[in-house]
Structures are given as C-alpha cells and as structure tokens.
Design a protein around this ligand. Sequence first.
Ligand SMILES: *Cc1c(COP(=O)(O)O)cnc(C)c1O
Length: 400
Amino acid sequence: MKFDPASNIQHLKQFGEFGGVNPSITDSSTFTFLHADTMEETFLGHTEGCFLYSRHWNPTNKYLADALAAMEDTESAWITASGMAAITCAILQLCSAGDHIVTSVTSYGGTYAFLKNYLPKFNIDVSFIDITSLEQVEAAIRPNTKVIYTESVTNPLLQVANIPKLAEIAHQHGTLLMVDNTFTPMIMSPARLGADIVVYSMTKFINGKNDCVAGAICGSKKFVDDLSNVNNGTAMLLGPVLDPLRSSSIHKNLHTLHLRIRQHSKNAMFLALELAKAGLKISYPGLETHPQHELHKSLMNESYGYGGMLAIDFGSVQKANLIMQKMQQADVGYLAVSLGYFKTLFSCSGKSTSSEIPDSVQQEMGLSQGLVRFSVGLDNNIEDSLKLILDICHEEGVIS
Ligand SMILES: *Cc1c(COP(=O)(O)O)cnc(C)c1O
C-alpha cells in the first residue's frame, strides 16, 4: 500500500475526556502524583503516560505530536513555540563546540542568520553549499561534521533537495540529515526518504490560519527523549514549549491539511502554467522547465501536487514593489511575509524574508532582486487572480 500521510492522521483515535471527539485541552502547567515515588521515576524518565510539568510534556501537545509523528512516519515528535525553536533546538541538541554543519545556502532567512551569525558564538562551524550539487555536499564534509541541513524545497528559490541521496551521503560519513519540510507537508515525507530529523514551522501550511507561530521536531523516540531530558535536553532546558490552547487549535487545523494542500497546489499550478505561457519568469517545481521537476516528481507522495509556493522574477525591486502594491489593491492577495495562508501572500524575498542574507551572497546563489515569492491561496476563483496579475503585468510592461 502507498504511504498516505493524511490517512495516517485520520485513523488516529484521539478522544477527549468524557468521549469528546476532540482531544481534551489540558490547561495545567503542573500535575499531581498520588505516590511520591512515581514522581521520582517520572523525573528520571522511567514512567510512560505520566506528566510532570508542561515545559517537559503536556498531554495536549502529546496528541499533536503523535499526529505529526503519524504524518511523518517517525517514532516520535516534539511541539515547539515556533519554527525557529524547532530548528535551533534540534541543531543545538546534535552539535557541540568544535562541530561542523553542512547546509544549503538557500534557506529561510532566520535559519541562515542562526547558522551564520549565532553558531560561531559556540565555535560551531558551518559550510554553505549549493544543495543541488551532491559533489559540493560531499566535498564540504569533514570528520567533525554532525549535520547536513536542507529544506525539502528551498526558500525562496524553490530548489528541490535530493533527500535520498543526501541521506546516503550523510550516513556514509556518520552524520545526520535534518530536513525543514515547512513548504511541503504531506507532499514530501522526508523521514521516509531517509532524513533522520524533520523540522517544521507549523506557522505556515500545517496551521494555515496565520493566527500563531509554532513548530515541531519529528524523529526517533531516542532523539525526542534526549531533547526533552530534564538534565541535558535542549528543548527542556531552553524551554520553547507551545501553549496547549494553541496546540489544540493547530491539531484541529491539521485534519484539513490534505484538502488545503491539494487546493494550494492546484491554484499554484494553474497560475504557474498560465503566467509562464504569458512570458513571465516563473519558478515552480510543477513546471517541466524547473531544473528539478523530475526529481520532485520522484520524491513526492501521490495526489498532493507540487505545493503552493511559486516565485516570479520581475527584474528589479522597484518593479516588484509596484506590482505587489497593485496586486494588493486589486485583491489578488496581501503584501505580507509568511505563507500557507488561505489568502495569497506575496513579498519580495531579497528585501524581506531573505534580507538576513547579504546582497553579495544573494547574487551568488541566484536570488534576483526582483524575485517575488508567492504563497498561492485557497481561492475558489483563481482565474480572476490570473486576469488581474496579467493586467497589472501588461500595465507595468513586464509582459507584452
Ligand atoms: C517561517 C519559516 C521558518 C521559521 O518559522 P517560525 O514559525 O516563523 O519561527 C523556518 N523555515 C521555513 C522554511 C519557514 O518558512
């Protein structure tokens, strides 16, 4: 049988107290014990099903973690208060002073800034490479390399990582592969493709409502136990735990993720095809002209499409800014960062979500100043958006 992340979530039987169809919200930071020795055992991590304190584990977060582990087909998962918390905790759990990381140079701006500007404080060295070049990845590995880091589909250039090959290289050298799957939940299942750790910003597609920030780390039971270890677990000690009220609302939204992803993909594919036909410079993994189109096709789960993210190069920042303002006025969507929302969102990557990356590096990695990243919404009438975008592009002279 084909792997289906949506069915895996759907078949979980997670009930609330009194038979509620939704898991209960445990609105408590601390938990009582009938016997003092059970508390001691719980501190030592020896009791199953006991909760101690909400920074360690909360039952509501556990329900969401179980659902995410089912979606990713990992043994376990941990819920964080942001995507950056997931990324930074997972990396700090694996790396100590003197270690080394190989990472894709194209990645989320915050991730880039953490790797580039923050980790040197701990004497952790990072090599930035083109993740589509397996030669570059292999050449960058050193004896002290602990992690190869990439996004499944990179922000904002939408390069597709060859996860199985990267996992093979990582494991040959005794290192781990960590994949940020924020752009492609359900579309890609990195752990099934060989990744050891999968991280998410749930702020984006998973929650899909832009009403909170949240994240998740999916991996082996041992890794998650280590992260939450009371003595030396990075997540436990740095403490970026998600509030259970938020966790509960994200959990309910997770149950419609498969429908939303399909609609995001359908709308993005339609826009990409039509806008490319009109002569715009489009990057979308669903287009045959995308350099890793075949690779994406070979990695993706069936029926979820190529995702909601696409990029258009309008040439210059000035042009991009004008077009974005006009698109917002015409109600194509909102000029805003973030993604995975029901409305279309667009922003000029070089000056916003990738502004942490210096201009010279942006140029090297091929991030054009006029590149606008679109998170295509759930519009029921995407044809109208197409017409509006085409009209604006004609007006601005970017297509003839
Ligand atoms: C937004 C984002 C993050 C950071 O997540 P937050 O929830 O904002 O902390 C990390 N990776 C990618 C790919 C993102 O889009």
